[in-house]
Design a protein around this ligand. Structure first.
Ligand code: HEM
Length: 449
């Protein structure tokens, strides 16, 4: 029976926030981060969303076991991935294990060191353009500016030579947001409540329609023009274009990159700027490193050693605000986790946010402290630090993300002082969002001293 437990796991406690009839859907939809911060008294919890029982795993070693066993014992699955697959049946992030190995091999060249170095020229150019477009005393809508930046960088990296890569690029950001929000809400609420006329559902359906049409247009024009450069060129040339299903698969990969690779980096950048505005002493440390970089530098990789405080700051931002805050897997055979045994088909959740805010793993987790990373390899894989996940399904764009975050931060810190508009007002995460992103964040921009 799906989700049933064997042996002693009846002792697994229900996660806090359970309401009979609603299960945990209320806690998840209302304030999932508060809920996750409460899940620190057991290594594993029972979670009830809809009719099924899933398990939230909070023990670092058990999560590691799930991640490193992505070919044998666990596969991408559970309600979240079922919802994603309705939109993107065969994208790298959501495809099942039996097709993943092949897809990852095809996508890997697009994220090779040389491909990322080429993408860095686009990252730097757009970061400079963005920072130059601001004016002193401006109030910047940070989340929307960062979303625009990461969308332009991703689209420019996909198709570097296109004059105007996509006329509707400005509409693409909100469409990606609506798509992801729709996926999340559809995961948490019963299907009978998913009426097409409900506002979230209407926006979700319009978003799919827009993204689908735009993506197919781009693929057809890139194939017709025989594009060979950029990430799209690499993907188009990685396989025979005559193969059946070629366009469908490419469409899924581009949508995957848009969904996985824009709001994620934009959210991280938004929180980073918020932290710089709230902690001016951090700006001084970062600026002293950034000012010492040569102005004609193109690649960050050559200068990573010169940026220890900046990299510690990015690590701490990824710890405190991991954009992809929850993920899930399904067991494909009977498995043991700790002293518990689970049947094939059991759904497990784990959360980078929960692990990275767990006092069992990080001391004083609610304090933003880049120094906690001092003396460690920057962005190192410390137990319980999984902003990019791990194992065979680790984020393929992790280096791309870190470099674009660095390019954008460097361009801003070099020119601008950022400050809070209302110091003391807490910035809350957006509700019902697939990514951990600020609800509303305006910062004041002034010329740096
Ligand atoms: C700060 C920014 C980012 C964060 C925090 C992040 C985080 C993650 C995480 C946690 C996963 C694994 C999800 C899971 O295990 O279920 C993932 C997968 C993935 N990410 Fe990222 N990501 C970021 C940026 C990017 C960028 C910039 C790209 C592409 C340009 C990208 C492309 C992907 C893809 C394609 C996958 C699926 C990999 C696979 O299953 O083989 N991500 N990301």
């Amino acid at each position: 029976m799906k989700g049933s437990v064997v042996g002693e796991n009846r002792l697994i406690p229900l996660a806090p926030g359970y309401i009979p009839g609603i299960g945990h859907a209320g806690a998840l939809l209302k304030d999932p981060f508060r809920w996750l911060r409460r899940c620190v008294n057991s290594d594993i919890y029972r979670v009830k969303v809809g009719p099924s029982t899933s398990y939230l795993v909070t023990d670092v070693d058990m999560v590691q076991e799930i991640l490193s066993n992505s070919d044998g014992g666990f596969d991408k699955g559970g309600p979240l991935f079922s919802s994603i697959r309705q939109v993107v049946p065969n994208g790298l992030a959501s495809c099942p294990a039996h097709v993943h190995r092949r897809q990852r091999r095809l996508m890997q060249p697009a994220f090779s060191p040389s491909a990322i170095k080429n993408a860095e020229a686009i990252m730097e150019a757009y970061a400079e353009e963005l920072a130059e477009s601001w004016v002193p005393e401006q109030l910047v809508d940070v989340v929307s500016e960062m979303n625009r930046a990461t969308l332009h960088i991703l689209w420019g990296s996909l198709l570097p030579s296109a004059e105007s890569p996509l006329a509707d690029l400005e509409k693409m950001g909100p469409a990606v947001s609506d798509l992801m929000r729709g996926i999340l809400i559809r995961t948490a609420i019963p299907s009978k409540m998913q009426h097409p006329l409900l506002p979230f559902n209407r926006r979700f359906l319009q978003a799919i329609d827009f993204i689908d049409t735009a993506t197919r247009q781009i693929i057809r024009s890139a194939v017709e023009q025989n594009i060979s450069e950029g990430l799209l060129g690499v993907l188009i040339n990685s396989e025979s274009r005559d193969r059946e299903g070629f366009e469908e698969e490419l469409r899924d990969q581009i949508i995957t990159l848009l969904v996985a690779g824009t709001e994620t980096s934009a959210s991280t950048l938004s929180w980073a700027l918020y932290r710089l505005a709230a902690n001016p002493n951090l700006v001084d440390q970062i600026r002293s490193e950034v000012d010492a970089l040569p102005s004609d530098r193109l690649s960050i990789s050559a200068y990573r050693k010169e940026l220890p405080a900046t990299l510690n700051f990015v690590s701490e931002t990824l710890r405190m605000y991991p954009a992809i805050w929850m993920s899930s897997r399904t067991s494909v055979s009977t498995i043991r986790l700790g002293s518990n045994s689970f049947e094939a088909g059991t759904d497990f959740f784990f959360s980078s946010y929960q692990l990275q805010h767990d006092p069992r793993t990080f001391e004083s987790p609610e304090i933003f402290s880049p120094e906690r990373w001092s003396g460690q390899l920057p962005l190192s894989s410390r137990p319980g630090f999984i902003p990019f996940s791990g194992g065979g399904r680790k984020c393929i764009g992790d280096r791309f993300a870190v470099y674009e975050i660095l390019h954008v931060l460097i361009a801003i810190v070099r020119r601008w002082e950022v400050s809070l508009v209302s110091p003391g007002t807490a910035i809350k995460p957006r509700r019902l969002a697939a990514n951990l992103t600020p609800e509303r964040l305006f910062l004041r921009i002034d010329k740096r001293p």
